[in-house]
Design a protein around this ligand. Structure first.
Ligand code: NI
Length: 225
């Protein structure tokens, strides 16, 4: 499931992040990938040790965590600290798959179930730079408004097409979900959405409570925490 999450960042947060990125230290994006990724990756990333990175990452992380759609779809157990990238002057990232296991710190690892990109540049301010995600239904081109996010399975092949004009800034991170299986997680998400609609339409309260119980009992069966 590819999920467009609108309005993750407020206008103020977006402005603060863009402003912070202006003074950040940028390094070659190839430093953070393996051999396969390094062959196709041409972009810049904010240096992991730059203190501004932690500050801006905390802004992005708290924004996604408070978004109900993100929580319902991702059911996050762990979120890897967001990183920031910049594509310009032909910068691109060819077709690849994200690493399955990421190091959080010396003791902790994260299994990448979901990848998330938060767009920071207005789509009309750059040419190219589509995030192309390939799944069983074909290829999907994603280029969203600044402040919006896309959530997609980390196992899907994807690429960022060359940015031929302007500058494409984005934040990105991985999520380990409490529910590992995509199909189970998708069913929970759809059930959650149906329960919310029933609530809004003032449907029979007993039936809503019963359905909510089923949702939680399925989550209890499937969650690894
Ligand atoms: Ni990737």
């Amino acid at each position: 499931m590819l999920l467009h999450i609108p309005g993750v960042l407020t206008a103020d947060e977006l402005q603060a992040i863009r402003h912070g990125l202006e003074s950040a230290t940028w390094t070659d994006g190839r430093q953070t990938v393996g051999v396969q990724g390094a062959q196709v990756k041409r972009n810049l990333q904010v240096d992991a040790n730059d203190p501004i990175r932690a500050e801006l990452a905390a802004l992005v992380e708290s924004a996604v965590r408070r978004h109900p759609l993100f929580f319902a779809a991702a059911l996050p157990l762990r979120i890897l600290t967001p990183r920031f990238n910049c594509y310009q002057q032909g910068g691109t990232y060819g077709m690849h798959v994200d690493g399955a296991v990421m190091q959080v710190d010396a003791q902790t690892h994260l299994r990448s179930d979901l990848s998330c990109t938060v767009f920071l540049s207005e789509p009309e301010s750059y040419a190219g730079g589509e995030l192309v995600i390939r799944d069983t239904y074909g290829e999907h081109d994603v280029k969203l408004a600044a402040g919006d996010a896309i959530l997609y399975p980390s196992g899907s092949l994807h690429q960022v097409t060359p940015v031929t004009q302007g500058q494409r800034l984005a934040a990105f991170f991985w999520v380990q979900s409490m529910v590992r299986d995509h199909q189970q997680r998708t069913m929970l998400f759809e059930m959650d959405a149906a329960i919310q609609s029933l609530r809004v339409s003032n449907a029979d309260e007993d039936a809503i409570v019963q359905l909510t119980g089923v949702y939680h009992n399925l989550l209890r069966q499937w969650a690894e925490v």
